[in-house]
Design a binder for this molecule. Sequence first.
Ligand SMILES: CC(C)(COP(=O)(O)OP(=O)(O)OC[C@H]1O[C@@H](n2cnc3c(N)ncnc32)[C@H](O)[C@@H]1OP(=O)(O)O)[C@@H](O)C(=O)NCCC(=O)NCCS
Length: 186
Amino acid sequence: MARPSFPLLTERLMLRPFEDEDLEAMHAIYGREDVNRFLDWEPRSRDAVREWLDRIKTMIALTPRGDGLRLAALLKGTDTLIGDFSVWRTSREHQQGELGFVLHPDFQGKGYGQEAANVMLRMGFERLRFHRIAAQCDARNAPSATLMERLGMRREAHLRESQFIKGEWVDELVYAMLASEWHANH
Ligand SMILES: CC(C)(COP(=O)(O)OP(=O)(O)OC[C@H]1O[C@@H](n2cnc3c(N)ncnc32)[C@H](O)[C@@H]1OP(=O)(O)O)[C@@H](O)C(=O)NCCC(=O)NCCS
């Protein structure tokens, strides 16, 4: 059901489901303090990443149980895994989805985030048929907010101290795009 064919290709990237062999590359991303700075996670151990990979590698389609797509982004024509991109269902009844993106710091600042996240929005609206896709970030996470704006998402809310993360109250920004907005521009 609603399962795209993989890999998905962009100008410079290839996106495909996660595999057990991605353990080292994923640990190289999620084991870092800087990557987790604005995420509600602490840096993860190799074992924690292995366990987690087991779950996320099954996120390859919308199924009656839920889920969505969670894909590894690789530089096209190489085995270099540079990031983790996802679009998943948050409400079946209301056809709502959410977008997530994480890049290894060595590959930030090159436009790869925008390239991969744009494909995930396309999948979310055109294959998974979401009515609205939202994304949230810590209000201090400027690269994330900028990326959402570059994707054409609207800032819908600035929630004051809506979360208590890593010992402090943090503001959260909510961005979203509607299917009608996507189709008007693509
Ligand atoms: C959020 C995140 C993915 C954004 O990454 P990013 O590299 O800033 O975003 P992009 O890949 O779209 O790259 C945009 C930058 O590349 C530059 N760039 C270089 N070549 C480019 C190209 N060919 N096309 C587009 N942009 C290009 C842009 O000018 C821009 O730089 P600027 O921000 O200095 O203006 C990244 O900061 C990250 O992974 N953070 C840690 C995890 C995290 O917080 N995730 C979000 C949770 S809410």
